[in-house]
Design a protein around this ligand. Structure first.
Ligand SMILES: CCCCCCCCCCCCCC(=O)SCCNC(=O)CCNC(=O)[C@H](O)C(C)(C)COP(=O)(O)OP(=O)(O)OC[C@H]1O[C@@H](n2cnc3c(N)ncnc32)[C@H](O)[C@@H]1OP(=O)(O)O
Ligand SMILES: Cc1c(COc2ccc(F)c(F)c2F)oc2cccc(OCCCNCc3cccnc3)c12
Length: 408
């Protein structure tokens, strides 16, 4: 950890007893005013997420060089429309969409993105940058370029008065604030089997596997319907109240929530390019919004020569339930409806992490545990272990704690 042991992050050998809060007080006149020097033949650039051509260059880089599974059978394949959506949330700045270009060819060979937002950590609301899409061309790996990208985006954030960050990685780095197992729920088991994503367990048959994952064609929750713009304020209140169960959670503005739950109508539906789906449960008597669920779409390219070339994946995004009496039963019904809706939208698999209240439904709804986990990290912030003063502060006594932020 030559690089990470020089960074203001909790180191592995800490005893976790430290006071919660920022690790390093950033002194602005110590922050370099100039960009870090790059490897010879390369130059810093930015990607304008509203420029179709530049989004195309970013798509090209990520489509060929971004996250793969451990056996390099699949690669995440974020679409250009998704990338524009992911990079233009309220408060975005071009200077935080940092590219590295080969000077001669002007080819984009590396990228890192930052998006400012606010998160609640216990009782504190802190301004952070969300870091995502760190990617280096396969031919430029192991040249210590990643630390350079990280230091450059850190420098640009410090100058703008942002001193903390949140990020996820499959990589184990100093020091995870949460580690969440991957879970997958087959929707089209045969497609997943043909693609090598799913295997036939011993002493069962394909027919039995298909039957195991069968879903009804209609949703079951009374009052479930597509979320509309008019539901926004009610959903924000419902979500804000529900997320208090978790130690770390997003502190969404109404503008952020509008962005994350509605793709602007224009880019939304045409040509199967929808990227996010959001549904509410409206109580038929009171017309109140009592629950909500959302999911987003990332395809995975199948890298082997198998016939199916993409796996359409739905990722569970934010959800919330009002009050929490029989929370387990309500979430099982709500998420099962999300599975039904995802299947109707032609997704092949539905992914979720082991965080929030997901333990209440993962097993029951036939999610299988994947290999690997997603680690969550905070930069320049130490979270002290949570101590629950009065149980009454939580909803129904049993407060899951832990991670409540979902990263794209
Ligand atoms: C206040 C504002 C703060 C803002 C910044 C907050 C921090 C943000 C941090 C970034 C959050 C990213 C969130 C996401 O996007 S996670 C997704 C990451 N992307 C991929 O997995 C795509 C495929 N892989 C690649 O493109 C490259 O392998 C990457 C770019 C990942 C590393 O390139 P390369 O393989 O050519 O290595 P190197 O020789 O340049 O450098 C080696 C050093 O880099 C450390 N390393 C390796 N992988 C990661 C990783 N995923 N996060 C952080 N550090 C990582 C490694 O421990 C070693 O340091 P040390 O062990 O010697 O110490
Ligand atoms: C990722 C991910 C997996 C693993 O699945 C794949 C991983 C790599 C692939 F190329 C692939 F096709 C996968 F299906 O299973 C999941 C279940 C729930 C949520 C998941 O990812 C949430 C989005 C994570 N942000 C992108 C990312 C992914 C990995 C490491 N760092 C950042 C995942």
């Amino acid at each position: 950890y030559k690089f990470w042991k020089t960074q203001p992050v909790p180191q592995f050998n800490e005893d976790g007893k430290g006071r919660g809060g920022p690790i390093k007080k950033v002194n602005l006149d110590e922050v370099p005013k100039e960009r870090y020097p790059l490897l010879d033949g390369f130059e810093w650039g930015t990607i304008d997420p509203e420029d179709k051509k530049e989004v195309g260059e970013l798509y090209e880089l990520l489509s060929n060089h971004y996250v793969e599974d451990d056996d390099s059978n699949f690669r995440l394949n974020y679409s250009p429309v998704f990338l524009k959506w992911a990079l233009t949330a309220p408060g975005w700045q071009k200077q935080w969409h940092i590219g590295v270009r080969a000077s001669a060819s002007q080819k984009l060979v590396a990228f890192i993105s930052g998006l400012p937002t606010n998160i609640n950590i216990h009782t504190q609301t802190i301004k952070v940058i969300e870091i995502n899409f760190l990617c280096i061309h396969k031919r430029l790996r192991s040249k210590r370029l990643a630390p350079l990208l990280i230091k450059e985006i850190t420098r640009r954030c410090y100058i703008q008065g942002i001193y903390q960050a949140i990020y996820t990685a499959a990589a184990v780095l100093p020091t995870p604030v949460a580690s969440c197992r991957y879970y997958h729920r087959a929707l089209d088991w045969l497609k997943l089997y043909d693609s090598g994503f799913s295997h036939l367990p011993a002493n069962t048959t394909k027919a039995r596997q298909v039957a195991k994952y069968h879903l009804p064609s209609t949703t079951q929750t009374p009052g479930l319907r597509l979320m509309q713009a008019g539901d926004l304020e009610a959903v924000r209140e419902l979500l804000e109240q529900y997320l208090q169960r978790f130690d770390i959670s997003p502190a969404f503005s109404i503008d952020e929530l509008r962005h994350w739950l509605f793709l602007e109508a224009g880019q939304g539906k045409e040509g199967g390019k929808q990227v996010v789906w959001a549904y509410v449960v409206e109580d038929l008597e009171t017309q109140k919004i009592t629950d909500f669920v959302s999911f987003y779409s990332i395809e995975s390219a199948v890298l082997s020569h198998s016939q199916s070339d993409v796996i359409r994946t739905a990722y569970l995004y934010y959800y919330a339930a009002h009050r929490t009496q029989n929370l387990q039963q309500r979430l099982q019904g709500l998420i099962n409806d999300a599975l039904i809706l995802a299947k109707k939208a032609r997704f092949d698999v539905f992914n979720a992490l082991r965080l929030q209240d997901n333990d209440l439904f993962l097993e029951k709804l036939h999610f299988g545990c994947g290999d690997g986990q997603l680690n969550y990290y905070l930069f320049n912030y130490r979270v002290e272990p949570v101590v629950i003063e009065d149980e009454s502060a939580c909803l129904d006594g049993q407060r899951p704690g832990g991670m409540g932020v979902i990263m794209l």
